[in-house]
Write a protein that binds this ligand. Sequence first.
Ligand code: DAS
Length: 361
Amino acid sequence: MGTGGRSFATIRRLVPVALFALATGALGAQAAPLPRVHVIATGGTISNLGAAGRRTGEELVAAIPPLRNLARVTVEQFANVASGSVTETMWRGIARRIAELQAGADAPVGYVITHGTDTMEETAYFLSLTVGGCTPVIVTGAMRQADAVGADGPANLLNSVRVAVSPGARGRGTMVLMNDEIFAARDVTKSNTTRLNAFTSPDAGVLGLADPDVIVWHRTAPEGGTTCRRATFDVATLGDFPRVDVVLAHIGADSVFIEAAVAAGARGLVVGGVGRGGSTPAQSRALQRARQRGVVIATSNRTGSGRVGTGPVSRLDSLPAGAGADVGSAELNPQKARILLMLALAAKYRPADIARLFEVR
Ligand code: DAS
């Protein structure tokens, strides 16, 4: 082989090396720094190893190599509990922590909260009311334990980070990602005990999808994503959360639970009413007595979807005419109506303003 042949072979050897060097920035071109996503781990099935304990957030992230090309993921272990053990004090702590990180240097472009699925919708809804700004907060978890065959946690965590760095997520506030589906915090609910597709938005549908190639948004962001949401409530200035209880209406329900809640100091009551918010005559009378003592009643329903309006509609079959201020929960289910009522009472809203607040989407 002559000289020309040798140099051609050399060039052929060098081209891949040069391309690799270009791609990695070794020839001087600086690769853009990866965006920071902060994971706040709280426990749940995504971390659960049964008798072997729970994985940490660091371990969950380390087990997903593709994350390294997607974002600079930082992790903090806020808690490591089943979501039935999450408290309202912890909610405040997470909201405050996000505000603190947002105000600091190197603020993340998004947050991922790993959480048990059982009460995930409640934590997500609380954060949607108390975290402002453009930065998305994605709450995720798993239906199958961390050591199960076909565990869904890693895909949910990876997809949540994909959503967190997606420009289309800006301005959308708090969302839930499960089973490749993205839900608005206000709309989402857990509607199955076991299935991978347990999360649904019965009234509003999914917000978007984490498809393999792209994040798809089915609805435009508020104001087209150009303005950032103001938090409805500022946890830094809110007083103590008042007691707000939920009572279920059903055939044969008497006044006992309503009276017990009032005796325990409830300042608000949410009725999981039948149909459009009805209750039994005994419950209706007890609710009327509670209202006369200054307890604010929000009427929700136990059907799993559909609205309860404020005023006469929500009083059908239940409260006597002229019963005074009544709050319909709109399409909020009882557990979410409880959160909004609790925050509104803590912020000293009047019943008429509370009624309006329930309608704000
Ligand atoms: N279902 C889980 C949760 O919601 C329970 C667990 O992981 O312990 O937290």
